[in-house]
Design a protein around this ligand. Structure first.
Ligand code: NAI
Ligand code: MG
Length: 395
């Protein structure tokens, strides 16, 4: 019997192109696993009226470990229109299966490493005063709270009377009291101490493991006093248990400005859901963007690893596929770290680093081409060729 069982959920579009490539790499690295395919995404919405079917949930509950590609999602009207005829008019509502999965399994820790590979032509460079350029070595991992905050989904347009009454009990609501319901939208930002503690602790544990000097909490407690305030207060509490590691504090707006100034100074950043989402995309942009951005959604029991990118429908039908499989392969390596196979994960990252450094095999994004069917004739490697180059280094 294989040592591990992994639920594979390629999903839609390019998810189906990159996930199989990551399995080839896992195999070559010697990962002993059995893979069970599970459905998720647009196809299952259209055919079953549910983008995350119960049987997929059951498989994840049982085996606790998932690799996920990407899904397509569309606004509710378009979603309704594409349902197969016998499912239409039944009041089915489309929910993002990833958000549902994160909430259902309480995958509250989102870990997003943004680590530059030497020789990647997409790496961030910075002009110096002598007009020369620096290429800072960026090694930042964002810990994003994954289940609450602005993405908890507690929101209304035209809030019901009791909600409006509750809001009216706050003195600051006076300014909005005369706005008609239909013109009033409210999204609630809920932060809990327990979830804050878990995400901050995950960030400190990682800093300890990697030997970093500090953790940065990036919020906005001077303005969003209650929720960002609780995150920051909790971070100060947690930091007491890590005497060798400093806690630094930045505001989200200033942090994004500093992104261009000294990104190499931030190794571990922890933030609530929305701010963490913004930060991780911003840092990913410095190290190659979507073709390199991996992530883990980690709960107490279940963990699911996925590239940050979506299903890129405009490239999904290309033959041969042209998208960069590295984000997916790095996500698979994170899965190895998670199950205690860190040495195999390191070998995979080293193989990727070698291929990027050598610079002979580059997908279209690494060549700053516009993508599309011409990319290959313009000299870009295909998805499979990139994986082949990585496999070559693993042998
Ligand atoms: P996207 O991430 O799918 O693609 C945006 C662009 O980034 C692509 O057109 C392509 O130019 C580039 N790109 C993405 N992945 C790449 C890769 N591996 N290699 C090279 N280039 C790559 O985002 P978009 O177009 O906004 O959304 C498409 C669909 O994906 C939508 O239905 C959206 O809802 C969904 N989506 C799903 C996500 C997920 O499954 N986690 C995340 C983001 C979007
Ligand atoms: Mg995002």
């Amino acid at each position: 019997m294989a040592k591990h069982t992994v639920i594979t959920m390629p999903g839609d579009g390019i998810g189906n192109q990159v996930l199989p490539e990551s399995l080839r790499v896992l195999k070559a690295a010697g990962f002993d696993a059995e893979y069970i395919h599970a459905v998720i995404g647009w196809e299952s919405w259209i055919n079953e009226g549910n983008a995350l079917p119960q049987r997929t949930i059951d498989l994840l509950s049982k085996h606790k470990l998932g690799l996920f590609g990407a899904i397509t999602s569309k606004p509710n009207k378009a979603a309704q229109a594409e349902l197969k005829p016998e499912l239409q008019g039944k009041g089915l509502v489309y929910y993002s299966p990833i958000v549902t999965m994160r909430q259902k399994f309480n995958l509250d820790i989102c870990m997003r490493p943004c680590i530059g590979f030497t020789g990647n032509p997409l790496n961030y460079i910075r002009k110096r005063v002598d007009d020369d350029f620096d290429e800072p070595q960026i090694d930042t991992t964002v810990f994003r709270q994954n289940t609450e905050g602005m993405y908890a989904g507690i929101e209304w347009t035209n809030p019901p009377e009791n909600v409006r009454a509750a809001l009216a009990s706050h003195p600051k609501f006076k300014a909005f009291a005369s706005v008609p319901g239909a013109d009033l939208a409210v999204s609630v930002r809920i932060i809990t101490r327990a979830a804050s503690r878990r995400i901050v602790t995950a960030a400190f544990e990682y800093a300890k493991e990697r030997g970093f000097k500090g953790v940065t909490i990036c919020e906005k407690p001077n303005v969003v006093r209650e929720t960002s305030g609780m995150m920051e207060e909790t971070a100060k509490e947690v930091a007491k248990s890590y005497p060798g590691i400093a806690l630094w504090s930045t505001n989200i707006d200033a942090q994004l400005m500093w992104l261009n100034k000294n990104p190499e100074d931030y190794n571990v950043i922890v933030a609530s859901n929305l701010f963490g989402d913004i930060l991780s995309d911003a840092f990913a942009g410095l190290v190659g963007g979507l073709g390199f951005a991996a992530s883990g959604n980690i709960g107490d029991e279940v963990a699911v690893f996925e590239p940050t990118h979506g299903s890129a429908p405009k490239y999904a039908e290309l033959d041969p596929p042209i998208v960069n499989p590295i984000a997916m392969i790095l996500s698979a390596a994170m899965m190895l770290d998670h199950v205690g196979e860190g040495a195999k994960a390191d070998r995979i990252r080293k193989a990727i680093a070698d291929v990027v450094k050598e610079g002979k095999v580059r997908t279209y994004d690494m060549m700053r081409l516009s993508g599309g069917p011409k990319a290959i004739s313009q000299g870009a490697a295909s998805t499979v060729q990139m994986t082949d180059a990585i496999l070559e280094r693993l042998r």
